[in-house]
Design a protein around this ligand. Structure first.
Ligand code: DGP
Length: 113
């Protein structure tokens, strides 16, 4: 499969890694929208988007959020942060490997859109 995030997780495309474990990889977004903007992904291509989360793969999404809690501490985001998942064309998703944006390092505006 020709997937840019699979290649990043495999180390075939360079990235600024901030966290890795057996299932999860996290790296800095190439186009940051906040002082801290990290993409957290399952290493394996378990789903192209959130619309493909099911009983077989949802435990890995749980692990994504465990990683997010660790990364937030590592990045000093004690005052809070935001997690965003863009799903599908209308959701603004541009890369078809499920991923979660971890944003912080400033007081984010309350509006979500
Ligand atoms: P989304 O719109 O939710 O699909 O977000 C995709 C994000 O991926 C976008 O914020 C830019 C980021 N991105 C795309 N290509 C690369 C890359 O090659 N390296 C890094 N670090 N980020 C990338």
């Amino acid at each position: 499969m020709d997937c840019i995030f699979c290649k990043i997780a495999a180390g075939e495309i360079p990235s600024q890694k901030v966290y890795e474990d057996d299932l999860i990889y996290a790296f800095r977004d190439i186009n940051p929208q906040a002082p801290v903007h990290i993409l957290v992904i399952p290493k394996e291509h378990i789903a192209s988007s959130a619309s493909e989360i099911d009983a077989d793969n949802s435990h890995i999404i749980g692990r994504v959020f465990e990683a997010i809690a660790k990364i937030a501490k590592q990045e000093g985001l004690e005052s809070g942060f935001r997690v965003i998942n863009n799903c599908g064309e209308d959701g603004g998703q541009t890369v078809g490997h499920i991923h979660f944006h971890l944003l912080g390092g400033t007081k984010l505006r309350p509006q979500m859109l």
